[in-house]
Design a protein around this ligand. Structure first.
Ligand code: PGA
Length: 266
């Protein structure tokens, strides 16, 4: 029997951790627990300047580090930028790209160039897409965002590609308006159909991983675990709250255990 892939949690710390000391203690506070999880892996994405520091503590395949963005050229006269190569050398293996909080700072082709550079450096891009509103054009928005990336990116190594569906209306800020598992599944259908058209094989799409993000926490994760086909979650607000993360780990572990062994346990 093929081993069930683990559920991923990507912890996007955004700009919410503001000192080396806090970055280190947050990373370490859940390290031991994460390394014991059977069915969950976690990627912490600290602000750029703490990537190096937390990556020094990475010693288990369950617990890895990613960047929140990266510049597609390796080096050069780019004031204030952090390159993909710098991220990689600092210990990041993943990079969040196209996050809605950055899309107003970059063009579609910037996002595509970043995805290409991350893949060329054997890192994993976590490509965020999502509509602003569920209006009559929301499906078109999603497919256009995918085309804007994959019409410009070499279509290889789909197993290294993660797509995070993050509807902008659901990303927390002050509101807290998560999508439901049903809404996620509607979007996933649109996304997979479009990717299959672009990659021309169902296998490529099967090899990719699909995450949900947007006001996800310990209260609504079960809806997704029970009612959606989801490979993991991208979390912001709760990413720096070890107490909530612990509950989410427990819910994932219990759910996955039941899925695998439920009939035997009953
Ligand atoms: P949220 O953020 O969990 O606070 O909604 C998710 C994200 O912005 O990636």
């Amino acid at each position: 029997m093929m081993k069930k892939p683990k559920k991923m949690i990507i912890a996007n710390w955004k700009m919410n951790v503001t000192s080396e000391k806090d970055a280190e203690s947050l990373f370490l506070s859940i390290k031991n627990v994460v390394s014991k999880l059977e069915y969950t892996t976690m990627v912490c994405c600290p602000p750029h300047m703490y990537v190096n520091q937390v990556a020094r503590y990475v010693d288990h395949r369950n617990y890895r580090v990613g960047g929140q963005d990266a510049y597609p050229e390796e080096s050069g006269s780019r004031t204030g930028e952090t390159s993909v190569l710098m991220m990689k050398n600092a210990g990041a293996e993943y990079v969040i790209l196209g996050h809605s909080e950055r899309r107003h700072l970059e063009t579609k082709s910037d996002v595509a160039r970043k995805v290409t550079a991350v893949l060329e450096h054997d890192m994993v891009p976590i490509i965020c897409i999502g509509e602003e509103q569920r209006d009559k054009n929301w499906k078109k928005t999603l497919t256009q965002q995918l085309r804007d990336v994959f019409n410009r990116v070499p279509k290889k190594n789909p197993e290294n590609i993660i797509i995070a569906y993050e509807p902008v209306w659901a990303i927390s800020g002050d509101k807290k308006n998560p999508a439901t598992a049903v809404e996620y599944m509607e979007a996933l259908e649109v996304i997979k159909k479009e990717l299959q058209k672009m990659f021309k094989t169902a296998k490529a799409v099967d090899d990719m991983r699909f995450l949900y993000g947007g006001s996800l926490d310990d209260k609504n994760i079960e809806d997704f675990l029970k009612n959606a086909s989801v490979d993991g979650f991208l979390v912001g607000r709760v990413s720096h709250d070890p107490r909530v993360l612990m509950t989410m780990f427990r819910l994932i572990e219990d759910h996955e255990h039941r899925e695998l062994f439920g009939q035997l346990d009953d």
